[in-house]
Write a protein that binds this ligand. Structure first.
Ligand SMILES: C[S@@+](CC[C@H](N)C(=O)[O-])C[C@H]1O[C@@H](n2cnc3c(N)ncnc32)[C@H](O)[C@@H]1O
Length: 372
């Protein structure tokens, strides 16, 4: 018969073993994400999707990479269960590998809402300045957005592109019927998109509403350069303009029918200044829309469905970038509705409405300058 002491030692041992298993699985997942990063950056998945089944030599030659590396990656992807091999017993250089059709949409098709390849770039970007992040934890300082580099910037652009081009004009803005009607009407409406990053939301508004004139604003110069080239490729340079500007800058002037901030208020050092600017740009008659993370209403030990991810971005990226330009509100990615309500109050809004838009990751807030 085990004594109570033995029983509690057993329970601790089981919990320890479960945690060991969990850490091993997490390590496996981490390696998988970085292996996907390699596949995305080197065009391996695209080549496999286009080429059917390929040997390591064929993959290397189509992607201008070295055969030995391509072979190691193909074998790793097979063992990870991402890529399939036709004959595992064949000579290593003769084996042919293929990407299952079901994975092509997720890894290659940038127009799909299921395109998740940019997540790997986001993760790689989020860990790029790890040494600076550690230093920031010690000093209480921040880490500038620029230190996170192209992977973070382009990963963010890639992960949000399809939803902005597909859902913004067909679901999200029509959830505000008065705004939707104004964007369709004459004289052409004006829209300001703050923290626009690579500009896909700005472009999405212009594509969905063929009359509107849209200004995108972002503090990060390389993002604005990317946004301009995206607008040019979309043939929208006559109606879509981008500007390097702080969202809270008093230099932001003009009168807009709609002012938006997509997934960026929580990254801002001074979110109240940005919300004040939004209120000012929209006046009493324009609309203000903030999209941010759909985290829980309050902290709970279990977290909600997306907090495991939002806290992940927050500890590595969102809190450090938000602290880069003091004095900082120190928000982090876990921007709860009550926090935004407080910021909106401080910025002079009278009412915060949560729109009924079904989305796992995002919550949509309409901020009203007047009570009614
Ligand atoms: C997570 S990204 C979101 C980009 C884009 N809205 C999207 O959803 O893909 C946050 C963006 O906010 C921008 N940002 C942060 N603070 C800003 C500020 N004070 N003024 C303007 N842009 C800012 C960053 O440069 C970055 O492009």
């Amino acid at each position: 018969m085990p004594t109570p002491n033995d029983a509690s030692m057993d329970a601790i041992g089981q919990r320890r073993d479960a945690f060991i298993e969990r850490m091993l699985q997490s390590t496996r997942g981490t390696f998988e994400v970085f292996s996907i990063y390699i596949g995305v950056r080197l065009g391996f998945y695209e080549a496999l999707a286009a080429g059917g089944s390929l040997t390591s030599r064929a993959l290397a030659s189509r992607t201008a990479t070295a055969e030995r590396y391509a072979r190691e990656w193909l074998e790793q992807q097979t063992v990870a269960g991402i890529i399939e091999v036709d004959d595992e017993k064949a000579d290593a250089r003769k084996r042919r590998f293929s990407l299952p059709a079901a994975y092509v949409e997720v890894l290659v098709d940038q127009d799909s809402l299921n395109y998740l390849a940019p997540l790997a770039r986001l993760v790689a970007g989020a860990v790029r300045p790890l040494a600076s992040v550690l230093e920031a934890y010690r000093t209480g300082g921040g880490v500038p957005y620029a230190e996170y580099g192209a992977d973070l910037r382009e990963g963010q652009a890639g992960i949000s592109r399809a939803m902005f081009l597909k859902q913004l004009g067909s679901e999200w803005l029509p959830a505000m019927p008065d705004v939707h009607a104004r964007l369709m009407a004459d004289p052409p409406a004006r829209v300001a998109d703050l923290g626009c990053g690579a500009g896909w939301s700005t472009i999405g508004v212009a594509q969905s509403y063929p009359k509107v004139l849209v200004d995108g604003y972002d503090l990060d110069e390389p993002s604005v350069t990317l946004a301009r080239s995206n607008a040019k490729a979309a043939g929208l340079t006559d109606r879509v303009k981008f500007h390097v500007r702080d969202a809270g800058s008093p230099e932001l002037t003009g009168r807009y029918d709609l002012v938006t901030a997509f997934e960026c208020v929580h990254d801002m050092s001074q979110p109240v200044s940005a919300l004040k600017a939004m209120r000012h740009l929209a006046g009493d008659r324009g609309a203000v829309l903030v999209m941010d993370e759909r985290v829980g209403e309050a902290f709970s030990a279990a977290g909600n469905d997306v907090e495991w991810m939002m806290y992940g971005w927050s500890i590595l990226h969102c809190l450090p970038v938000g602290k880069a330009d003091p004095p900082s509100a120190e928000t982090g990615a876990v921007l709860r509705p009550e926090t935004l309500r407080r910021y909106a109050d401080e910025a002079g809004f009278r009412r915060m409405e949560i729109l009924t838009i079904d989305n796992l990751f995002f919550r949509f807030y309409r901020l009203h300058a007047l009570e009614r």
